[in-house]
Design a protein around this ligand. Structure first.
Ligand SMILES: [Zn+2]
Length: 452
């Protein structure tokens, strides 16, 4: 389900529970358990977990013993039984992470393979095995990362948040092909610094996957590049540019903690319909128009030899699927096309790159949501009533509201009558989703080095 690299980082333990046979939950190291789990890019890992009460509740176990040599045998036994620690290497296969233990506190584990099922859920890492569940959150949300995906292929990756999109960088013998630009000048400087670290060749072509601001807003900072998109994408960019003033004031009002400095719509130079192939020497770069889906005109960039697809926002990882302009069944069909490309790496428009299974999971989630909406619609529920049904079953609601609205528009052929006029505003809904996503990440990103 997850890409191995999505585990990399430092995770802080939120809870450790064990299900008893009677269904109740036991907290082996208490409710305030302390722990860190670290996965590195070179494939090593370490885990430390402590029962914090070991330091406080026992008068014979002082907070800062002078030395462990002074401990009595019972206290040593207690020290052993209230702490868990090991390190080694790790490998990931599907939804299983295996810790190959090289050294650890528990003698029997040293040299063993500790096999754990895991899933990533709203930015949290959930590790479950044998009735035990450990929930971890990132100790520090990662900043932007310029990551190598294959020989000459890179991506600038950011946390899975609204406005924090990904960009692709494809380096050839003579030039660089860029996939998408970013929300502001600061993010773009980070991207440009990443490019300069790996090549001094010029960015010759720039591809926009769609016309949304967070993917086209700094096109003008690559003045030498020929900017490519679909005909429909160019029309949408033109319409957005004509509404620049309105967009600017809405963005600033609805997203006060997002930096839009240096961003604006600029028109593309070259437009196509269907497919277009760029060649970088022997490297094939296939642009595939998929039409309506996440936006009114989505395209994806496929590198067949490298088995990599830059998906734009058709595929998101850590954010909910967003068929934001009312084309849910087409989005589902387009996700199926993505799966059919059989790539190894699907670079999400936002969040970590994923696998084919991640794309499938997103399609299935959207299909379930659409089926549910259709059922509500057939039952004659109003949009507001359907929202209440979803509020009971899906959480947080902001994560499904845009998809529900899109489903409703598709099912009824028009914008729903709703008691809440603000919910008619696409950007207002996006604002709610952005807030939920930030909360899921447990941190406001205002002022963080993320923008630097
Ligand atoms: Zn986006």
């Amino acid at each position: 389900m997850a890409n191995p690299t999505s585990l990399v980082g430092t995770w802080r333990l939120r809870s450790w529970t064990v299900a008893r046979p009677d269904g109740t939950l036991h907290h082996p190291y208490g409710q305030n358990v302390v722990g860190y789990l670290i996965y590195t890019t070179d494939g090593t890992m370490s885990a430390e977990i402590m029962d914090p009460d070991r330091l406080q509740s026992d008068p014979h176990f002082p907070l800062q013993p002078a030395s462990d040599q002074t401990l009595s045998d019972p206290d040593r036994a207690r020290a052993y039984s209230t702490y868990l620690s090991y390190c080694g290497t790790f490998t990931v296969e599907g939804d299983v992470v295996t810790h190959h233990v090289k050294a650890g506190l528990v003698p029997a584990w040293t040299g063993s393979d500790q096999v754990r099922h895991f899933r990533l859920e709203n930015g949290k890492l959930v590790i479950a095995s044998g009735g035990q569940t450990l929930v971890w959150e990132r100790a520090v949300p990662p900043g932007p990362e310029f990551r190598r995906l294959a020989e000459g292929v890179y991506a600038l990756l950011q946390p899975p948040l609204v406005w924090y999109s990904s960009a692709g960088v494809i380096v050839g013998d003579r030039d660089v092909v860029l996939v998408d630009t970013l929300t502001n000048a600061a993010m773009t400087r980070t991207l440009q610094a990443g490019i300069r670290r790996v090549t001094d060749r010029p960015v010759r072509f720039l591809i926009n996957t769609h016309a949304h601001a967070d993917h086209v807003y700094t096109n003008h900072l690559f003045p030498e590049a020929t900017v490519i998109c679909t005909h429909r994408g160019r029309e949408r960019t033109r319409a957005n540019r004509e509404a620049q003033e309105r967009h600017t004031s809405a963005f600033l009002r609805l997203f006060p903690d997002v930096d839009f400095e240096g961003g604006r719509y600029t028109l593309q130079d070259l437009a196509f319909s269907g497919t277009l192939t760029l060649w970088q020497g022997e490297r094939e770069i296939r642009l595939l128009e998929l039409g309506e889906g996440h936006s009114e005109s989505d395209l994806v960039v496929h590198l067949p030899a490298e088995r990599i697809v830059f998906c734009g926002d058709l595929f998101l990882n850590g954010l909910p699927p967003l068929p934001s302009e009312g084309h849910v069944t087409q989005t589902i069909a387009n996700l199926q096309v993505l799966e059919g490309l059989g790539a190894d790496i699907y670079v999400a428009g936002h969040g970590e790159p994923g696998t084919q299974a991640d794309v499938r999971a997103q399609r299935e989630r959207l299909q379930r949501l659409f089926d549910h909406a259709r059922e509500c619609h057939h039952q004659g529920l109003t949009y507001d009533q359907a929202l209440r049904v979803f509020a009971e079953e899906e959480a947080p609601l902001g994560f499904t509201r845009l998809a529900l609205l899109a489903s409703w528009m598709e099912l009824s052929g028009r914008h729903p009558e709703t008691a809440d006029p603000a919910s008619r505003d696409h950007l207002a809904l996006l604002q709610g989703l952005a807030a939920d996503a930030r909360q899921a990440w447990g941190s406001s990103l205002r002022g963080r080095a993320l923008l630097g």
